[in-house]
Design a protein. Structure first.
Length: 221
């Protein structure tokens, strides 16, 4: 199983993104949290900032839309040429239609569920998505503690992906550090969003390597 580490820029310095991007160049991608102050109580940025991010890094941008009306907005992010666009099930009118549109525009597409949303809803949706994102904190703010109940959801989702014979990435976001990544990887996750644990580190490359190694060891044991 491939392991991917994607630092979340929610914990970065928004005024010095180019500098901070350079410090995580060994990551597998950059997780970009887009928040509108409505779907979640925090506000970050929109398409203009994401377009500029595309210009200052060669790392794949994994855009996570925590916004209302993703049916309208998600294609606009895919049009920027980002690697992946993830939408929340709870905010979508027609997630399958969104998936088809984003894929047609050339981006991978993900579906995310909040902590209180059952994985049962994924049974009819997972075939249409390249990635499933299990939120292991309530979306909106960085620095929260990992919700232990997320582990059962990760395992259930991994079993669903296996049963359908899919190559879907299973991402987890929230409270990921060198300890929780072991449990999340053992439960079946392969793609990890790490914010404060990376950006609070004096040696971000070393932390990324440590996270990756910890997850690999958990998977191979």
């Amino acid at each position: 199983m491939s392991i991917r580490i994607q630092p979340s820029i929610l914990s970065a310095d928004f005024v010095n993104l180019e500098r901070d991007f350079a410090t995580i160049s060994t990551a597998d991608g950059i997780h970009v949290d887009v928040m509108d102050g409505h779907f979640v109580p925090n506000l970050t940025f929109g398409t203009g900032m994401v377009k500029r991010m595309q210009e200052i890094t060669t790392l794949p941008l994994d855009v996570h839309l925590m916004i209302e009306n993703p049916d309208h907005w998600a294609p606009k992010y895919a049009e920027l040429g980002v690697f992946s666009v993830t939408v929340h099930f709870e905010a979508c009118v027609d997630p399958v239609a969104i998936s088809k549109t984003i894929r047609a525009l050339g981006s991978r597409v993900g579906i995310s569920i909040k902590p209180n949303t059952s994985v049962e809803i994924l049974k009819e949706l997972v075939d249409h998505f390249d990635q499933v994102l299990i939120m292991s904190v309530e979306p909106g703010f960085g620095g929260q503690s990992f919700i232990e109940d997320s582990l059962a959801k990760i395992t259930a989702t991994r079993n669903l992906i296996k049963a359908k014979g899919l190559d879907t990435w299973l991402q987890v976001d929230g409270g990921i550090d060198v300890n929780t990544i072991v449990r999340a990887a053992s439960a079946g996750a392969d793609t990890f969003v790490a914010g404060s644990s990376v950006f609070a580190s004096a040696d971000r490359a070393a932390t990324i390597a440590q996270l990756r190694d910890s997850a690999l060891k958990a998977v191979n044991n």
